[in-house]
Structures are given as structure tokens and as C-alpha cells.
Design a protein around this ligand. Structure first.
Ligand code: SF4
Ligand code: MG
Length: 325
């Protein structure tokens, strides 16, 4: 069951001097109820922008986003309020996203107040329950964000998101700012909450190893495009896109038998500017397998195996013919 449909979405930012940053350019994917879809890519690839566009912090430049079958573009009044409750976000820097002058109890209860879900004793009981759900306790309600560690602050951010009983959570690099030892705790908490509450996650990250652990499916973004999307195990076992291959070659393998079989692929050059991206395939300036056609035509977004999508000329017969391969 599709809970979210992202169809040909573009998000362009107009800068001074007529320059346009094509932060997200024609991205399409679905998210199924109860799953975790991981989105990975280097900083600036558009993964946070797509998350913010889905939750309507940004307005899409083009394309359509459907949540539970309804376009989110024209939501108004009660249906907009309902959407704002059902979809919540967890941010990378829990400190920056928590008001330093509010007590943790009031931070967590903010959504309850906005959506008029609980008052007085009931509100207090709900806050305590939420604190306990994320591994904190009642005494923490009177304290302020600066009194907590990074991991605890992210737990507070999670409690705040959960307060309004959402269905869908966009987590934008929720563990990137945390110590490695704390990352697994937060991810495990998120997995537990998902099972208990039937939540659907869009989990944005730049670290492929943690994404595999939490995600049912993983999408890879590069310079505003989604270049590959597959079930986690399939993506890690059979990466098709040369960019995914390069990213995976940098992930340490826990299995010593595999060690040495995998060569690290070092990409040449830097990520080009999203103001003036390369013609054709945007990855071509760094792709070890680039062909002539890659500069002439953008590859199609195609399902080349069941549930395995990729956009690369290497998997398009037409393209290979034109290129004389
Ligand atoms: Fe490389 Fe061409 Fe595939 Fe782009 S389309 S990833 S340049 S082979
Ligand atoms: Mg980001």
C-alpha cells in the first residue's frame, strides 16, 4: 500500500542574477506503509530538499506529491492541519531544533497544544508517557535542552514528533551529529517505535552502513537526481549505478572473507554545481564508465529488475546500440 507518491518532483531555488539552483530535478518514488525508505547521497545532492518539499516546508516547483492518495499541493483548512499532524520531521541537529528557552515538557507538548489534543492533567500524563517511550523520565520534563547530551536531545526530538501520533516521519540525518556509540541506540529506538506504532519512515542520511541497517529499501541521490532505488539487500549485493558502486566501495565490510575482493573506487573531481549541472547524465563528469551518449541524453528512470530502479545508459539497450556497444 502506497502511503506517499513522489512524482516528477522538482525544487528549484531562484538566486540573484537569474541563477537557478536545481536542487531537486525530476525525482519520482513511492513509499509503502510501514516501511523505511532510506535516501542517501553526499551533501548538496538534494536529499534534505526533497524531505522538506514532501513535508511542505518548501513548495515544489513542479511535479506532484500524494499522501494517502491525495495531492498535498492544495491542502487547506482541516485537511492541511491533519496533514501537519500525520507527517512529522526529526532534524539532524536536535539542539538547533529545540527552543532553548522552553522546558523539555513544553517542547514535547507543543504539538498537543497546536492540535488541541490534550490539556491539564492529560497533557502532563502524555508528556511523561512520551518521555518514558524514548527512554527518558518524568524529572526531565522541567529541564532545558542544554542540560542534555546529543543523544538525549535527539530522543526529545523523537518524543516531540511522536506526541501528535503521526503516521509518517521524515528523519533528516537524525544520527549524523551523534557519537557512533549513540547512533545505534537512536536507530534501535526508531526501529522499536516503528514496530509498535506502525510508523512509516523516510530516513535521510549520507552514511550507507547505518541506512542499510534501518531501511527496507534504499534510494541513492546524486546532484538533484535519484539515480538508483532497490530493496536494501539487493542494492548492497547488486549495485547497478556506477555512483552507487563507488559509494558502496567506501563502506567497510564486516566480513573478512570479503575483504580485498572489493576495490575502493575513487571518483575523480568534485560534485559539479547544481546551478549548471552537466548535460545528459549528471554523473558523467565523474563516471568511470561514461560513454559518448551520456553527454547527449539524460538516462531514463527505469525498473530494470523487479523493484530495482536505475537511471543509467548502461542498462538501456537503445542507448548501448546508439553508442555502438
Ligand atoms: Fe555513467 Fe553514463 Fe551511466 Fe551516467 S549514464 S552513470 S555517465 S554510464
Ligand atoms: Mg542535508
Amino acid at each position: 500500500e502506497k502511503v506517499l507518491e513522489v512524482k516528477n518532483v522538482k525544487k528549484h531555488f531562484h538566486m540573484g542574477g537569474g541563477q537557478v539552483v536545481k536542487a531537486v530535478d525530476d525525482v519520482s518514488f513511492d513509499v509503502y506503509k510501514g516501511e523505511t525508505l532510506g535516501l542517501v547521497g553526499e551533501s548538496g545532492c538534494g536529499k534534505s530538499t526533497i524531505g522538506r518539499t514532501i513535508i511542505r516546508l518548501y513548495e515544489a516547483t513542479d511535479g506532484d506529491i500524494r499522501f494517502k492518495g491525495r495531492t498535498t499541493k492544495k491542502l487547506k483548512g482541516r485537511s492541511l492541519k491533519e496533514f501537519n499532524r500525520e507527517m512529522q520531521m526529526i532534524f539532524q541537529d536536535p539542539y538547533a531544533s529545540l527552543n532553548p528557552r522552553m522546558t523539555v515538557g513544553d517542547i514535547i507538548a507543543e504539538g498537543l497544544d497546536i492540535h488541541d489534543l490534550a490539556k491539564g492533567k492529560e497533557r502532563r500524563a502524555r508528556v511523561v508517557e512520551l518521555l518514558e517511550t524514548v527512554g527518558l523520565n518524568e524529572e526531565h520534563a522541567e529541564r532545558f535542552p542544554h542540560e542534555f547530551s546529543g543523544g538525549q536531545r535527539q530522543r526529545i526530538g523523537i518524543a516531540r514528533a511522536l506526541a501528535v501520533d503521526p503516521d509518517f516521519i521524515i528523519a533528516d540525518e537524525p544520527i549524523s551529529a551523534l557519537d557512533v556509540s549513540i547512533q545505534a541506540q537512536v536507530v534501535n529506538l526508531m526501529k522499536k517505535l516503528q514496530r509498535e506504532k506502525g510508523l512509516t519512515y523516510l530516513f535521510i542520511a549520507h552514511d550507507l552502513s547505518m541506512v542499510k541497517y534501518i531501511s527496507d529499501r534504499v534510494g541513492v541521490m546524486y546532484l538533484g537526481n535519484l539515480v538508483e532505488l532497490a530493496e536494501s539487500q539487493e542494492l548492497y549485493d547488486n549495485p547497478l549505478h556506477p555512483y552507487t558502486e563507488a559509494l558502496l566501495s567506501a563502506v567497510p565490510i564486516p566480513d573478512p572473507q570479503q575483504e580485498g575482493k572489493k576495490e575502493r573506487i575513487i571518483l575523480k573531481g568534485d560534485v559539479p554545481s547544481p546551478i549548471d549541472p552537466p548535460s545528459g547524465c549528471r554523473f558523467r563528469t565523474r563516471c568511470p564508465k561514461a560513454m559518448d551518449i551520456c553527454g547527449q541524453e539524460a538516462p531514463q528512470w527505469q525498473e530494470v529488475r523487479p523493484m530495482h530502479w536505475v537511471s543509467c545508459h548502461l542498462y538501456q539497450e537503445e542507448s548501448l546500440k546508439k553508442d555502438g556497444k
